[in-house]
Design a protein around this ligand. Structure first.
Ligand code: GLA
Length: 384
């Protein structure tokens, strides 16, 4: 295994001390921008992941080498501060910071990692990095960390340490994912249900626009708009803490009090939560047609009401819809760039790829990136 060969060559790690963790990226089938509004999401873990081989080094230093970036980073466990120039090492530092804060005894490690989840490709490479780093410490130092604690540590590394205004979905599914299943997550109670895909003949395809996803400020604006809407609606019911608590009936009654933009943002989130619940029921009944319809409605609502659509995402939707055998498509992740997730019958995969490669450049003057994925388990150990 490449990561192991490199680990032995670069850091002289002893084979018997080496452990390997794999942290997956994700796609979210439905539930756009509902996670930080305490609502529901329906993501799955993907076989595009980060594989990390590491061994303890009996020092207080964490040394990591990325084969993709051909870049080494090093930091001390006694100096876990965010530094912009440390770039991707900050995600690993954040994990160490919260592991220590939770009282776990960890020491230095040498590690080599390699990722197949594209950086900035709309599949949450950061969550894959966080969960693989968290899990490797768990393995190397025999830490007893329940999955939900690892999720929270990874989430805090991203949101508080690195400062990305995300919800908990990416880290959650990167830990709790299950092969061939989607995960219905309640982002308030932090409970989840595992729902098996009703057919083995369906693939998850990521159609990337080749445009970076939404920058932090756009996400921040959306988040603040949602919180503003909550403040106004609270006047009529003090029990409302998040848009999750607003029923469509309540919203229809009082929406006139919200400024236009806040009304649109809230409308998206409130109806999107219902769509996630409906999508879960559709999956349980094996009704893929309904799931596809809901995915499309979600995309439309994210574009028209939430304001995170762009013409390149729409081009992907248009192309994929025209291919028979495509069950449904929608933007996945934050929007304003990034990728579309399509559910497609395996027999139609080649046709979809051909169409996207041919038509997308004509519509946008850009080259698409296509990732054919299978639904995988959450973070786990693999043997040497
Ligand atoms: C980003 C965030 C997620 C979620 C999505 C939108 O990917 O990391 O937590 O908010 O945007 O659904």
């Amino acid at each position: 295994m490449e990561v192991v060969t490199n680990l032995k060559a670069k850091y002289k790690s002893e084979e018997s001390k080496i452990k390997i963790a794999v942290g997956p990226g994700r796609a979210n089938l439905i539930g756009g921008h509902t996670d930080y509004n305490m609502g529901f999401v329906l993501p799955c873990a993907l076989d595009k992941d980060i594989i990390l081989a590491a061994a303890p080094n009996q020092t207080d230093k964490v040394n990591l080498f990325s084969l993709n970036l051909n870049n080494a980073v090093s930091f001390s466990l006694d100096d876990l501060k965010f530094k912009r120039e440390d770039d991707w090492a900050n995600y690993a530092k954040g994990i160490c910071y919260y592991l220590k804060e939770a009282g776990h005894e960890i020491g230095g490690i040498d590690g080599v990692l390699h990722g197949t989840v594209p950086i900035g490709g709309g599949m949450s490479s950061s969550a894959a990095l966080e969960t693989s780093v968290g899990y490797i410490f768990q393995l190397l130092f025999n830490l007893d960390i329940p999955p939900l604690d690892l999720i929270k540590i990874a989430f805090r590394a991203e949101r508080e340490f690195v400062g990305v205004q995300c919800g908990i979905m990416d880290q959650y599914v990167s830990v709790a994912g299950v092969k061939n299943s989607v995960i219905f997550i309640d982002c308030r109670s932090l409970d989840h249900e595992v729902i098996k895909m009703p057919s083995d003949e369906v693939s998850v395809v990521i159609l990337h626009t080749n445009i970076k996803r939404a920058a932090g400020s756009a996400l921040n604006d959306r988040k603040n708009e949602c919180f503003e809407a909550v403040k106004i609606l609270q006047k009529h019911d003090s029990k409302i803490e998040a848009l999750r608590d607003v029923t469509p009936e309540f919203f229809e009654k009082y929406k006139g009090e919200l400024p236009k933009i806040l009304q649109q943002r809230a409308e998206h989130v409130i109806y999107e939560n219902q769509r996630v619940i409906d999508a879960k029921q559709a999956l349980l009944k094996g009704d893929l047609e309904l799931l596809g319809k809901l995915m499309l409605e979600s995309h439309q609502s994210l574009t028209d009401l939430y304001g995170v659509g762009i013409q390149e995402l729409d081009a992907m939707i248009k192309i994929s819809r025209a291919v028979p055998g495509v069950i449904g498509s929608r933007m996945t992740g934050a929007g304003l760039g990034g990728a579309v997730v399509s559910l497609v019958e395996k027999a139609s995969m080649d046709e979809l790829m051909k169409e996207v490669l041919e038509v997308y450049p004509k519509l946008t003057n850009k080259q698409p990136l296509i990732y054919n994925c299978t639904i995988s388990d959450g973070v786990k150990e693999i043997s040497l």
